[in-house]
Design a protein around this ligand. Sequence first.
Ligand SMILES: N=c1c2ncn([C@@H]3O[C@H](COP(=O)(O)OP(=O)(O)OP(=O)(O)O)[C@@H](O)[C@H]3O)c2ncn1[C@@H]1O[C@H](COP(=O)(O)O)[C@@H](O)[C@H]1O
Length: 109
Amino acid sequence: MASQSIEELYEYVLDRKNNPQSGSYTDYLYDKGLDKILKKVGEEATEVIVGAKNNRAELTYETADLLFHLMVLLVESGVSLAEVKAELGARVGTKSRLHERQDWRGGQQ
Ligand SMILES: N=c1c2ncn([C@@H]3O[C@H](COP(=O)(O)OP(=O)(O)OP(=O)(O)O)[C@@H](O)[C@H]3O)c2ncn1[C@@H]1O[C@H](COP(=O)(O)O)[C@@H](O)[C@H]1O
């Protein structure tokens, strides 16, 4: 079964920005602009939540949709995947800040 890494997806979406193709859904999003992309990210995030409540297949499908639209948002906003990975990397091994949360009650609400 074919698979695609997040890096490959980002590069694909970035290439669409730099080399527009007629009939491309990705370019349709860029043409519509940031507000349309943000609307799609919001919709897809909601669909992930609904999918997660339904079944694994729906969660998987909707997560792929959300990741795709997130990559489009990053490219449109000029944020590289390397920057996101650096942010994640900066958190590795850092002490959990759970105890700083106001609403933390030791696992109870
Ligand atoms: N991974 C994706 C991908 N995931 C989701 N989608 C599209 O995201 C859309 C989500 O569906 P929706 O029903 O929510 O949206 P819609 O009704 O089609 O669009 P709207 O009118 O709501 O804007 C679908 O049209 C999907 O095709 C994707 N479109 C493209 N890719 C990748 O990007 C590549 C380039 O695609 P094009 O830009 O279309 O050539 C593809 O080969 C894929 O690898």
